[in-house]
Ligand binder design. Structure first.
Ligand SMILES: [Zn+2]
Length: 502
């Protein structure tokens, strides 16, 4: 491939306002054009090759996992209509398809049993994890609370495109967002003591309450009133969490079966609980009101709660003795330091780029087949999506693109187009390398050597062969992926490139 005939618009500076160093690098190296306003990337020839290489690797590995490549317009509906037409018996299952383009690949499949569908889904996610590892990245596993979607994500720096705030475990591969499912591993304990009312004037905040009583926020109980709405139905309910925790609206909505939730206003609260005033608490609430407690509250004793009386709190409020919850659920947002749901190590805040997501039985599956006993049975379904861009950007943000994913194998850089020996030797080397199956960029531009050198560093192909002054003696310089440079006879170039490329 001739550099002079290929659109690789390298630039000294990245577009202004780019927060993501990987995107900045792609833009400077002429792989992609980035729109800072919209966050859109347009892939130029080198970027296109990088993205295609990742998608191609996915297709190769997915085939090994039993996922078959097809070309469907709408994978979910087309695969269903194809399967409905051809699948008659359990012998034809499981059946998994993938279809897509270099930016996004969708996959789905059918299986006779739920377990088998989950295995197929895991095979899909494993394929994505494998690509991440081959690219030198550490994939992390997450799960959403709604529909139990599983996903694969990469931990990235703040400001990275296609990323959002989340958490990672310091000891295992777990990751999650603030609504990730969490189960308290240790319940607050302590000996029971008498319920006691104390005066707490002006303790309108947890911080002030803690200051007055000389306690930490994890010893307090928050009582919040929410309105749960569905259509024209509205219910006012009380939600209990520890003072150091935050109610997560997504979790609350999920626990209530997907209804819309919001804070109740003062009038709604008065209508629900009557003439109670002051700091609200669960002790002595009217019997009709539903109390939903976060799991951290279950079994707790000696928490400080509002006394439902102006200027007073209760000490030693005890679960089951002084108040009862209608139900418990996982209701609070994850915070730094929470135990990892998998291994119990503390979690840390991070930014996450989701690479793939998958779910089993996303809806009723209309596909029927004859099972082993001859009876008509419904197939189980799974669906997944692999987004190439987040992976490509993370990969491009590293030190160097791994040879396996590099858009081309070698850059043959002729330092001066006025040096006939160099031009001749450059052409011969490019030809020889191409004959051996390597993908070559021949820098034949009539530019200063310095420009070509800095472009070669930006573009970052695994190997660069510099053909310069010593071309007449048949000597060139090789820039190797380990960062070292060495002079070598032109005859040894093919061997060196074979050694370092994929
Ligand atoms: Zn962990």
């Amino acid at each position: 491939m001739l550099f002079s005939r290929t659109f690789i618009p390298t630039a000294r500076e990245a577009p202004k306002g780019l927060s993501d160093p990987a995107v900045a690098r792609m833009a400077r190296a002429g792989y992609a054009a980035a729109d800072v306003e919209t966050g859109e990337l347009s892939l130029l020839p080198l970027g296109s090759m990088l993205w295609e290489g990742i998608a191609g690797t996915f297709f190769d590995l997915a085939r090994e996992a039993g996922i078959q490549m097809v070309d469907f317009n709408e994978i979910a509906s087309d695969s269903l209509s194809v399967a409905a037409r051809y699948v008659k018996s359990y012998r034809q299952l499981p059946l998994s398809f993938a279809s897509g383009n270099p930016r996004r690949i969708d996959a789905c499949g059918f299986a006779a049993g739920a377990g088998e569908a989950a295995l197929q889904r895991d095979g899909f996610l494993d394929t994505v994890r494998k690509i991440c590892r081959e690219a030198g990245l550490s994939p992390r596993d997450g799960r959403t609370i709604e529909e139990e979607r599983s996903y694969v994500a990469l931990a990235v720096d703040k400001g990275s495109w296609h990323s959002k705030e989340g958490f990672v475990c310091r000891s295992c591969d777990w990751c999650g967002d603030d609504a990730a499912p969490v189960y308290p591993t240790v319940r607050p304990s302590g000996e029971e003591a008498h319920l006691e009312e104390v005066e707490t004037p002006g303790a309108d905040t947890i911080a002030e309450l803690c200051r007055q009583l000389g306690i930490t926020p994890d010893r307090t109980l928050k009582t919040l009133f929410y309105a749960a709405e569905q259509g024209t139905d509205k219910e006012i309910l009380a939600v209990l969490t520890r003072g150091d925790h935050q109610v997560n609206d997504r979790k609350l909505s999920h626990a209530l079966g997907g209804v819309v939730v919001r804070f109740a206003d003062p009038l709604e609260i008065r209508e629900a609980v009557g003439d109670l005033a002051g700091y609200l608490g669960p002790v002595g609430l009217p019997a009709g009101i539903r109390i939903l407690a976060d799991r951290h509250i279950e079994g707790s004793s000696r928490l400080v709660a509002g006394a439902n009386r102006p200027g007073f709190h209760l000490l030693n409020a005890c679960w089951g003795r002084d108040y009862k919850a209608s139900d418990t659920a996982d209701l609070v947002s994850l915070q730094e330091g929470f135990p990892c749901p998998l291994c119990g190590s503390p979690i840390a805040a991070s930014y996450l780029r989701s690479v793939a997501v998958a779910v089993t039985d996303p809806g009723p599956s209309p596909l029927t087949f004859q099972d082993e006993g001859g009876a008509l049975s419904k197939a189980h379904r799974w669906e997944g999506t692999f987004c190439v861009t987040p992976l490509a950007l993370t990969l491009a943000g590293g030190e160097r693109i791994p040879p396996r994913f590099a858009p081309l194998d070698v850059n043959v850089l002729v330092t001066s187009m006025r040096n006939d020996d160099a031009v001749g030797l450059g052409n011969i080397l490019a030809e020889r390398l191409e004959e051996k199956g390597f993908r070559v960029l021949l820098d034949d531009r009539d530019e200063r050597a310095g420009v070509k050198f800095s472009d070669a560093e930006l573009i970052g192909l695994p190997v660069t062969i510099v053909v310069g002054r010593e071309a007449s003696e048949g000597v060139v310089e090789a820039w190797k992926p380990d960062g070292n440079r060495e002079e070598l006879p032109a005859d040894a170039v093919v061997e060196l490139v074979s050694h370092w490329s994929r």
